[in-house]
Ligand binder design. Structure first.
Ligand code: HEM
Length: 177
């Protein structure tokens, strides 16, 4: 594959990942979330759970695609000279790119917490597996877990918006850091 075909392909994959991650997060936050308030709580819980299950698959797919397409972009664009010979952290390009990678890692950690800690708690409470003493305790724990998922999801959305700004500054300049 020639370099420019590779660049287009890598850029295509990278932008598809951005569209899935950011588009999905914005839809969940500003479309599905508010709409759920207009349906009975029991049904809203099921819709929330099922849509989050499916969305998490897309989240993990796009999180995996970012470093693959990003590295492909980096090498196909020939940007290595910007950060080579130990100058990685001394150039604006290197600082911006490493900040993007760090923030991507934060998204991954947050994704792991939601997928493997908070969601299992939520689903076990919803199906009554925890054997909580009273319904009141159960509802309280359910609400606090759901609140934490919402908080982390909003933080992720803000982080993703910052990364897009950093990415654009790399594509149309030498970075902004
Ligand atoms: C390990 C993770 C990542 C790596 C290695 C990476 C790498 C890159 C590289 C090398 C570029 C092109 C720079 C240039 O044109 O010189 C880029 C652009 C970009 N990246 Fe990433 N990136 C990563 C994660 C992300 C994430 C998580 C997002 C968004 C949520 C993102 C959004 C963008 C955007 C919007 C652009 C500009 C694309 C354009 O204007 O065509 N990147 N990235």
């Amino acid at each position: 594959m020639t370099s420019s075909v590779m660049q287009v392909f890598a850029s295509y994959l990278h932008l598809i990942a951005v569209a899935i991650y950011l588009g999905g997060s914005i839809t969940m936050e500003f479309v599905l979330g508010p709409a759920q308030k207009y349906i009975p709580p029991a049904q809203a819980q099921i819709v929330g759970q099922k849509s989050a299950d499916r969305f998490l698959l897309l989240v993990w797919g796009s999180l995996a695609l970012f470093p693959i397409s990003g590295m492909l972009l980096f090498f196909s664009l020939g940007d290595q000279h910007m950060v080579s010979k130990g100058h990685f952290f001394n150039t604006s390009y290197g600082q911006t790119l490493s900040t993007m990678m760090f923030l991507w890692a934060v998204l991954v950690v947050n994704g792991l917490v939601i997928t493997f800690v908070l969601r299992p708690k939520l689903t076990s409470k919803l199906s009554g597996d925890l054997g909580m003493p009273s319904a009141g305790d159960k509802i309280k724990l359910l609400e606090s877990t759901a609140t934490w998922i919402t908080r982390i999801t909003r933080i992720d959305l803000a982080i993703a918006l910052v990364i897009v700004l950093l990415g654009a500054s790399l594509s149309y300049g030498n970075g902004i850091l």
